[in-house]
Design a protein around this ligand. Structure first.
Ligand code: ADP
Ligand code: MG
Ligand code: ZN
Length: 479
């Protein structure tokens, strides 16, 4: 922050799609990729006279999120109408939860470099998404495919203190959502969106300042930039004797600044009232228990396990577990019999993540199956392949889709460990470099590296380095 006298106070409201096949209150498909208005029916188009029917699986996914976030599941919650007008909302109201949400409280733990910090949650509730307006040069279009897709909204207490912390919180939240299978959390697709509430106060003060809210950010980078911008804007206002006005802002990614929405657009009177077309949501203890016992391993638990059972560092654990698919891949490498978790961890963190990031594809498309990568790493372990040769082979396998042994053969990468072959190469170099050998034997031991280089070159780089070193040292010593 520009001014050390102030502290930022941030609370986030995250909306994320639940990974259901069908929408929250009708049978229409909830996935992406269909043509405009293909996944619609009278319910999600807001026709009069239709009745919503709750998707139980969406509730189950929301409960998984609740357990992962240590949030208190409410056996009795109520859907409510949130009324506002917008062309992508044909009913004129969104079905949400208000006074009695599905879950209260909870927390998300963030690493924050050192000491873990608990960011408390206010609530987690369910609601339906709206459609999507598409503005073109001379017309505006509406696509209702997204209308009625189930969302959970996760509201944090104003516990975050910097843009970095907000980023760490969002990453952990998204990781959890993906681990429990509640959401894919894809920001590019608008799966995972965030409203950012920001205020500042004098350091040491316990009171909250007036906040502004920045709506609908759909990338981590935008969230971090918007917070930094908004904090310095507020500091400048207070420093010049001004007053912060509570208002809603939009982030302009081109100008990299926030600007207020016109006040009419966010008149905040939603006139919530209980949804008369849906009964209150009653969860019996059995259903709650069933979800609880079927909870999968969470990112934090996996990090623990990597540190304590596999001997990896906290940093390695954090990098490997951020994306569940990457962590699963790492574990598959261990399953194919690699003796050393460090080898698999290093390979995943360098080669696998690089291939993933450079290709822009999904993990399954970007890298060979773990069995093939494992076979390659086994060759390194058994010293039939140098580490560098393995990297070359891996890059090729990512492109060609061919297996490990075929690739190593085709590229002629196998490391030579045959002592007779290596000894012959050593002798050849010793004969060709009589003068240098004499110098070495007279005490210029630094020349050893030179001889290793020559032998390796003579062998096309494929000599097993350990055997080359051993044999060369013995032969130079004259025996
Ligand atoms: P609103 O009624 O404006 O939506 P809420 O009290 O429901 O406000 O809070 C919405 C979000 O704003 C929550 O994430 C909360 O933590 C955050 N928030 C509330 N007050 C502040 C504040 N003074 N500064 C920063 N964030 C705040
Ligand atoms: Mg809000
Ligand atoms: Zn529908």
């Amino acid at each position: 922050m520009a001014n050390e006298a102030y502290e930022a106070v941030i609370g986030l409201e995250v909306h994320t799609h639940l990974l259901t096949r069908s929408k929250l209150f009708c049978g229409c498909a909830a996935g992406f990729g269909a043509g405009p208005n293909e996944n619609v029916c009278p319910v999600c188009m807001g026709m009069p006279g239709v009745l919503p029917v709750l998707n139980r699986y969406a509730v189950e996914l929301a409960l998984r999120m609740a357990f992962a976030a240590h949030s208190e599941v409410q056996p009795y919650s109520v859907f409510a109408r949130k009324s506002y007008f917008y062309p992508d909302l044909p009913k004129g109201y969104q079905i949400s939860q208000y006074e009695l949400p599905l879950c209260k409280g909870g927390y998300i733990e963030i690493g924050n470099g050192g000491q873990p910090r608990r960011i408390r949650l206010v609530r987690i509730h369910m609601e339906e998404d709206a459609g999507k307006n598409i503005h073109e040069a001379d017309s505006s279009l509406v696509d209702f495919n997204r209308s009625g897709v189930p969302l959970v909204e996760i509201v944090s207490e104003p516990d975050l203190r910097s843009a970095d912390e907000a980023g760490a919180y969002l990453r952990e939240l998204r990781a959890i959502l993906r681990y429990v299978g509640a959401s894919e959390g894809r920001m590019e697709e608008g799966d995972f969106r965030c409203d950012v509430n920001v205020s500042i106060r004098r350091k040491g003060s316990a009171e909250l300042g007036t906040k502004t809210e920045i709506k609908n950010l759909n990338s981590f980078r935008f969230v971090e930039k918007a917070i930094a911008y908004e904090v310095s804007r507020q500091v400048a206002i207070l420093e010049s004797g001004g007053r912060i006005v509570q208002e809603t802002h939009l982030w302009d990614p081109v100008r990299e600044q926030t600007r207020p929405m016109r006040s009419k657009e966010f008149a905040n009177d939603y006139r919530y009232f209980p949804e008369p077309d849906l009964p209150p949501l009653r969860l019996d203890a059995e259903m709650i228990e069933q979800v609880k016992v079927s909870m999968p391993e969470l990112p934090a638990q996996r990090r623990e396990r990597y540190q304590h059972e596999l001997g990896l560092s906290a940093y390695e654990g954090a990098v490997l577990t951020e994306d569940k698919e990457v962590a699963d891949y790492f574990e598959s490498l261990l399953l194919v019999g690699l003796n050393n978790p460090k080898t698999a961890a290093n390979w995943t963190m360098s080669e696998v993540l690089r291939a993933l990031n450079e290709s822009g594809k999904t993990l399954g498309q970007a890298v060979p199956p773990a069995s093939e990568t494992g076979a390659l790493l086994k060759m390194v372990e058994e010293t039939t392949l140098s580490l560098n040769a393995a990297k070359t082979a891996f890059a090729m396998m990512c492109k060609s889709g061919r297996g490990a042994s075929a690739t190593v053969d085709e590229m002629g990468l196998v490391q030579v460990s045959d002592e007779a072959v290596i000894a012959a190469a050593c002798d050849q170099v010793i004969t060709a470099e009589r003068e240098k050998v004499a110098e070495y034997r007279a005490g210029r031991e630094k020349l050893f590296g030179f001889f290793v280089g020559r032998v390796m070159k003579a062998m096309g780089g494929k000599g097993n380095p350990k055997i080359v070193n051993d044999l060369l040292r013995r032969r130079l010593a004259g025996n």
